[in-house]
Design a protein around this ligand. Sequence first.
Ligand SMILES: Nc1ncnc2c1ncn2[C@@H]1O[C@H](COP(=O)(O)OP(=O)(O)OP(=O)(O)O)[C@@H](O)[C@H]1O
Length: 175
Amino acid sequence: MLRIAVTGSPGVGKSTVVAKVAKKLAGQPGFKIGGIQTAEIREEGQREGFSILDLATGKTGTLSHIKGSGPRLGKYHVNPETLERIGAGALRNALSCDFIVIDEIGPMELISGSFVAAVEEVLESDKPVLAVLHHSSRHPLARKVRKEFEVLTVNVKNRDELPEKIYNCFASQPL
Ligand SMILES: Nc1ncnc2c1ncn2[C@@H]1O[C@H](COP(=O)(O)OP(=O)(O)OP(=O)(O)O)[C@@H](O)[C@H]1O
């Protein structure tokens, strides 16, 4: 089963690549996409945190924010309750979908044991997966993904052509 992870420098466009592939795959009638997508929360042009979206249900929540109370990672407070309810919940539901997106597997998400367990379940499934992999995470799960997935590095030169390339890889497989 095809598993692709995109990695690269912060802000280079990893989430955008994955979102473009997911959008194109979602355009196929009857094709169910599950998993999570993250997006920046911006206030007056400044990044204040990240939101998390369950791709199958449309449920969304605040994954992290500069004004939070959860465990701190850099300048953001991570919200473990949202990670568990929306993040891990979306991945468990995604096991009944045709295609699974995990944006992202990185230090913020791996704070939650239940999110880690949900990613492990996805890895053990027979579903095609497209993930964003944090460039330097040393977490055992990140190492596993680095070893088992085809890992593509996004840069400013290839970020416009990668979505089509990745889409074609998945489209040429029996999904
Ligand atoms: N192909 C592109 N052309 C122009 N701008 C882009 C492109 N891809 C992404 N961007 C812009 O770059 C910014 C970062 O994009 P994105 O969130 O996809 O990056 P990322 O690598 O996932 O970031 P992070 O490391 O913070 O998770 C966004 O403002 C986005 O609009």
